[in-house]
Design a protein around this ligand. Structure first.
Ligand code: BTN
Length: 335
């Protein structure tokens, strides 16, 4: 992360006014240089208010991510877990995509096993099926984990579904309940999208390869950013308000999510999806509902019966159970 911009952002995070002079002293630069950096932050989407006599502030303050704090909280929350945890947590202010950062490193021959890439903002965040993932600055969570697979992707069949279970476990531990899963790996609250998981591979899918597990969770989505989202969405701020619980700070959210995700990754090859299947079914948002499964140009209509031992969607299509491994569910409109 650009240390000077980070320092500036950190001092504005308290929501108070800071004079150009005091910011200049803090950063060891001229007032003109401060102004330039403030402009850079504004270009990244930070809403900075300036007042002639008082200086600059971010109204309401910011809940920023900090590597050290995440590591400290990780240790605290992983005490009862056997997971080794992240090899390194890399926090960036602004990247194209946290998953792309890890995939690039993997393509360059670097080991990404156990690396976590986390960003305050993504300029080219991506979702499943070629969609963009809206990633405004300092309000949601965007991170990716690199993982080495030695024996081909068959060994991790169903992992993307199991990741949904692990994420729900972490959120539940923080009192954030009533989340459901939409096959294969969307997180929903009240039928609206709260987050999503994207698995990508670099290497030989039948042998040695690097897996990148990317997770995006809407924490406090600003209204301005939401106009670009092409589906019903929600965020943890709305969920916690409904539940009457205080929303945890983002550092804690990351730490507890990492505890569950590392526990999942470190044990998945031995446990497999069967260990998570029942938990997934209990969270299934569309169980026994009539749906349309879209697979490119093809559409299949059926009733959701659950998932198979490998995580395939089981649909009752005209009285016959069929299994599907790809596609996207939408609810079938009432006839
Ligand atoms: C989905 O479409 O539901 C999957 C969304 C995955 C978004 C996350 S944000 C962090 C990581 N980096 C990306 O570019 N995408 C994933």
């Amino acid at each position: 992360m650009n240390p000077s911009l980070q320092k500036l952002l950190a001092s504005l995070a308290d929501g108070k006014y800071h004079s150009g002079e005091s910011l200049g002293q803090l950063l060891g630069v001229s007032r003109a240089a401060v102004w330039k950096q403030l402009q850079q932050l504004q270009e990244l989407g930070v809403d900075i208010v300036s007042h002639k006599g008082r200086g600059y502030c971010v109204a309401g303050g910011l809940d920023l991510l900090h590597e050290k704090e995440i590591k400290k909280l990780y240790k605290q929350y992983s005490i009862s877990q056997s997971a080794n945890g992240p090899r390194e947590i890399m926090l960036a202010l602004n990247v194209d995509s946290t998953s792309q950062v890890l995939l690039r490193r993997s393509a360059e021959g670097e080991s990404i096993h156990g690396l976590v890439c986390l960003a305050e903002k993504q300029t080219a965040g991506r979702g499943r099926r070629g969609r963009a993932w809206q990633s405004p600055i300092a309000c949601n969570l965007y991170f990716s984990i690199g993982w080495r697979i030695e024996n081909g992707v068959n060994a991790i069949e169903g992992l993307s579904l199991a990741a949904g279970v692990a994420i729900n476990t972490a959120l539940q531990e923080m009192g954030l309940k009533n989340i459901q899963l939409k096959w294969p790996n969307d997180l929903l609250y009240q039928g609206k999208k709260l987050g999503g998981i994207l698995l990508e591979i670099n290497g030989d899918a039948a042998g040695e390869c690097d897996l990148v597990l990317g997770l995006g969770i809407n924490v406090d989505m600003p209204a301005e950013a939401s106009s670009d989202i092409d589906q019903a969405w929600t965020d943890l701020t709305r969920l916690s308000a409904d539940l009457g619980v205080e929303i945890p700070v983002r550092n804690r959210l990351v730490a507890q999510l990492l505890v569950q995700l590392f526990n999942l990754l470190e044990n998945y090859e031995s446990k497999g999806f069967s260990h998570y299947k029942n938990a997934w079914q209990e969270l299934n948002a569309h169980i026994h509902q009539p749906v349309v499964l879209n697979m490119g140009n093809k559409q299949v209509r059926g009733v959701v019966e659950g998932v198979s031992d490998g995580g395939a969607l089981r649909l009752n299509v005209n009285g016959k159970i069929e299994e599907f491994i790809g596609g996207e569910i939408s609810l079938r409109p009432a006839q």
